[in-house]
Design a binder for this molecule. Sequence first.
Ligand SMILES: [Zn+2]
Length: 176
Amino acid sequence: MKKIIITPLCILLALLGVASASAQSAPKNPYYSRTNQTKLKVSNQEWKKILSSDLYAVAREGATERAFTGKYNEFDAKGTYYCAVCGNKLFRSDAKFASTCGWPSFFEADRKGSVIYKEDKSYNMVRTEVLCGRCNSHLGHVFDDGPEPTGKRYCMNSICLDFEADKNFSQKNFNK
Ligand SMILES: [Zn+2]
């Protein structure tokens, strides 16, 4: 009897897996814009249909990607980092620095309002959570042990960032 119940469930899970994988390769996100700065009020129920499950877990549920695993941790190309959820401009590569913490780190956000801050008292710590100023997605945390000129370290999850290289940046420099 148990087998009869388990088998259709496995098929269903497999189908769901296929569906989410294809959604990841061709995302349809009507809220994504690199020019529109209007604040978004989109429910998590709606985001769940649009975002990949990995991005949803970090951006909408505050999960943290494992240290040293993110695609932008050891990455120093020149360009701009946008919010992977909504396209909001977040950081310039000029503000990125080599941090040993295991996550991409910046000493300042692109502009006032590009990110917003919230006190986070989870895990018996008091930290400052950094959220996207446009879509309120969780990006990471900011600490006071960064380099000059700000002394801040914006410790970000790579998955929440969308990088676009500067157009005049050659491949030769890219590999430096
Ligand atoms: Zn956003």
